[in-house]
Design a protein around this ligand. Structure first.
Ligand SMILES: Cc1cc2nc3c(=O)[nH]c(=O)nc-3n(C[C@H](O)[C@H](O)[C@H](O)COP(=O)(O)OP(=O)(O)OC[C@H]3O[C@@H](n4cnc5c(N)ncnc54)[C@H](O)[C@@H]3O)c2cc1C
Length: 569
């Protein structure tokens, strides 16, 4: 059975859980009515299932290759990309004034989720263009916007993000790439970037690199970094790709998964670039792109969780072992049920968090309300880290459901497990996301977190009459978590960082339970969503207690063993 787009889940979540109706009440998104949302998701779902997903395996088996300095994509990728571009699916949330549709990020997130289920390697290409479009729209000059945005939005050209260097990974501020002013107002960019996703591509007319570099008078660290648009081919006077710029792909990395996505080492040798934003203001501009990409990467994890779940259920219905339930199908075994229920419940929870994050971003754009901006900022690291952890964990369970066949490539379960692994690493490792949550996102003393917990508790209160068995544990978990947050904001940074991963996961557990409870209530307290909610609240939510215990242990225990003791064998 091929991948099927989970349209009913999206529709249910958008309409009943994350509040698309709030968006419709704003002027900006007044036209996003239910029929339109349904039509868009259903068209995108068709494209993902029928056109994009069939090429996923080819990308894993054939990889992209470097030939005569140019990257040749895996077979079938060019055709699938053309279908994405021609259908207008590269960036549906792009601004209308530059040729986009101006749809909510919530819909973009749902589409990214489905496209990632279909082919993660290929989806990375439009995902990076999306981030670039947002960064250019917010920070570039009118000339750069006029030249690049329509071509990126239509998919004629694609975008990349060039931060990482061999000495500058998580510590972006350590970068050594240099920028020097040219007499004509452009800049010469020199340096090497590593791990650049889709650093070249044979199915677009031009590849537009957004590159972080330092001017001679740039201070050390992130404050001295500037952002530049450095196209592979220099646009001529008509804006068409002209002579080649002074940059090249040096090599493509060999890696664990996403073989269809070329991860490139890039050399810039005095390449011509145009400043985006202010000199030394590059990190602010790049953050626009990274925040967008973080939610996008969350959707990648969730998309893989979805695809892995569908495949596992299909296998569990085919595979017979023993005589269980009269049919012998392994789906009848309690442990297999446990795995499948976990996969479904976790995917739903992570998706709800990511879509709630997207709606907060949209509400912040539409209203300018600071509370929505704070909500979006709070949810971004949770969505990214938890969405991708979920992708990884669910894909691993998917391998287990397949037994030995999970370890054999032909089922595709192994590819999901390999492909999704990187989503926990790129766009800021999940450890860095958790640090962001307990440090920058708590600079308000926990106000945004408490506001969200207020909503969780208020909803649990109203649900108590109908579903007391589910509402009570959700309310109590929110209370425990509130106390943990009160403790956290009083701690030194080192202690916060020591427990940040546990804190983020505990937060996701409480939010996941809240959205499951909402789903059960929306269904009237009976039906499949209520059964799934019960499973999550009874079996998965309790983990928050042990996570909070880890948080409260602080940093001391982590340093109790000396480095020598750690090294000793
Ligand atoms: C397939 C792939 C595609 C990629 N695509 C792109 C791309 O398109 N553009 C781009 O610019 N980059 C890209 N990257 C790079 C990616 O963003 C980095 O790998 C990532 O940010 C981590 O940096 P690093 O690899 O140097 O690891 P390091 O920074 O060396 O981290 C190693 C470990 O130390 C931890 N660590 C590091 N610093 C801290 C800290 N301050 N506190 C606590 N823990 C810390 C990390 O969490 C991690 O566990 C890609 C990477 C891969 C593998």
């Amino acid at each position: 059975m091929p991948f099927k787009a989970p349209l009913s889940d999206f529709q249910f979540l958008l309409e009943n859980i994350v509040g698309l109706d709030q968006l419709r009440a704003t002027e900006l998104f007044a036209e996003t009515d239910r029929d339109m949302t349904e039509a868009i998701l259903s068209e995108a779902g068709k494209l993902c299932a029928e056109v994009i997903a069939p090429g996923n395996r080819a990308g894993d088996e054939h990889h992209s290759v470097l030939e005569n300095g140019r990257v040749r994509a895996a077979p079938g990728f060019a055709e699938a990309y053309r279908a994405i571009a021609e259908g207008g699916w590269v960036c549906v949330s792009a601004p209308v004034e530059h040729g986009g549709m101006g749809l909510p990020v919530a819909l973009q997130t749902a589409i990214n989720d489905m496209m990632s289920s279909a082919n993660l390697s290929l989806q990375l290409n439009p995902l990076l263009s999306q981030g670039q479009i947002e960064a250019l729209a917010a920070h570039a000059s009118d000339e750069l916007k006029a030249l690049y945005l329509p071509k990126l939005i239509s998919g004629e050209w694609s975008g990349t993000m060039n931060l990482t260097e061999s000495g500058a990974g998580s510590d972006v501020g350590a970068l050594a790439t240099k920028a020097e002013r040219n007499a004509d107002g452009t800049y010469a960019i020199t340096g090497q970037k590593i791990y650049i996703t889709w650093g070249d591509c044979d199915f677009v007319g031009n590849v537009c690199h957004l590159v972080l570099a330092r001017l001679p008078n740039g201070k050390p660290g992130t404050k001295g970094i500037s952002l530049f648009m450095v196209p592979r081919d220099l646009p001529d006077e008509n804006g068409a790709p002209g002579v080649a710029n002074a940059l090249k792909v040096v090599s493509i990395e060999h890696k664990l998964g996403i073989h269809g996505s070329p991860t490139c080492v890039m050399e810039f040798d005095g390449a011509k670039g145009w400043l985006v934003g202010e000199e030394h203001g590059g990190m602010a501009a790049m953050f626009t792109m990274m925040n967008n990409a973080r939610l996008g990467v969350a959707a990648q994890g969730i998309g893989i969780a979805e695809a892995a779940t569908q495949k596992a259920i299909e296998y569990a219905l085919e595979r017979k072992q023993g005589r269980v339930g009269g049919t012998g199908m392994i789906i009848e075994y309690p442990d297999v049920r446990r795995m499948l229920m976990t996969m479904k419940a976790e995917t739903f929870a992570a998706r709800a968090i990511a879509l709630a994050n997207a709606v907060a971003i949209d509400m912040s754009h539409a209203t300018g309300d600071e509370e929505w901006t704070a909500r979006a900022a709070l949810l971004t690291p949770i969505s990214k880290a938890h969405g991708t952890d979920t992708g990884h964990e669910v894909a691993q369970i998917g391998v287990q459901v397949h037994g030995g066949m999970g370890f054999i490539e032909e089922t595709g379960a192994a590819q999901f497990a390999r492909d999704v692994r990187v989503t926990q690493i790129y766009e800021g490792t999940n450890g860095i996301q958790a640090m962001d949550l307990v440090a920058r996102k708590m600079m308000d003393g926990g106000a945004a977190a408490y506001a969200l917990l207020d909503e969780v508790e208020a909803f649990a209160e109203t649900a108590r009459g109908t579903l007391p068995e589910l509402a009570k544990p959700v309310f109590n978990a929110a209370e425990n978590f509130r106390e943990a947050t009160e403790w956290l904001v009083e701690q030194e940074m080192q202690d916060r960082f020591a427990g940040c991963v546990a804190y983020l996961r505990a937060f996701a557990r409480v939010l996941g339970a809240h959205y499951h409870l909402m789903a059960a209530m929306a269904e009237g307290g009976a039906g499949p969503r209520t059964k799934l909610a019960r499973f999550f609240i009874k079996r998965i939510l309790p983990e928050h207690e042990s996570l909070i215990a880890q948080l409260r242990d602080g940093a001391e225990g982590l340093y109790a063993m000396s480095v020598e003791e750690l090294e000793a064998v």
